[in-house]
Ligand binder design. Sequence first.
Ligand code: FES
Ligand code: FES
Length: 189
Amino acid sequence: MIDQQLTSETSEVISSPETISTTLRINGQTYTLDIEPRVSLLDALREYLHLTGSKKGCNQGACGACTVLCDGDRVLSCLSLAVQYEGREVTTVEGLATDGKLHPLQAAFIEHDGFQCGYCTPGQICSAVGMIHEFQNHLPSAVTSDIASENIEFTDEELRERMSGNLCRCGAYIGIRKAICHAFEEVSR
Ligand code: FES
Ligand code: FES
C-alpha cells in the first residue's frame, strides 16, 4: 500500500513539471523565462536563450567548460540552478567584448595560441577573467602562503591552482598559460 502511494506520488511529480517565471540578466540584457526550477543555468543559457558559447563538457562540475561569471565571480553553470541567479548579473563569453573590441583575455588567447579545438576555451577565458577579479580583490587560494596579504603574488603555482578546475583535453596548456600571464600583466598596468 505504502509502495503504491509512493509510486503514484512520484509519477505525478515527474509527469507534471511546474514552471516558474524567472527573470535573468545576461550580458546586460534582461530575459524572462518560464522554466522548471530544476533547469541548470547552463541549460537556460544554451537551450532556452541559444547562447551556446558556454559549453557542456561533463555536466557534473569536473571540467570547467561551462564556467560563466556571476557579479564578476566565476561559477560552474552546470551545477547552478537558473532560478538562483535572478537579480544577479551573469556574463558569458558572448558578453566579454565591449564595443566590438575583444576582452584582453580573448585577444591574448588568439595571440598566444591558447586553444586547439576550442571546446574548453570559453570556460578557460571566463575562468581566467574571474581569477584576475579574485587577485584584484586580494582573495587567497589554497596555495597562498600569506592569506592576509593585500598583494598576492601572481606565480605559476597560483595560476596552476586557480585554473585547475578548467581542463583542456587538447593539452593546450602552454598557450593558455602564456595568454593568461600576458592578459594579467595588461590589466594590472
Ligand atoms: S560542464 Fe560544467 S564543469 Fe563540466
Ligand atoms: S582546446 Fe580542445 S579541449 Fe581545450
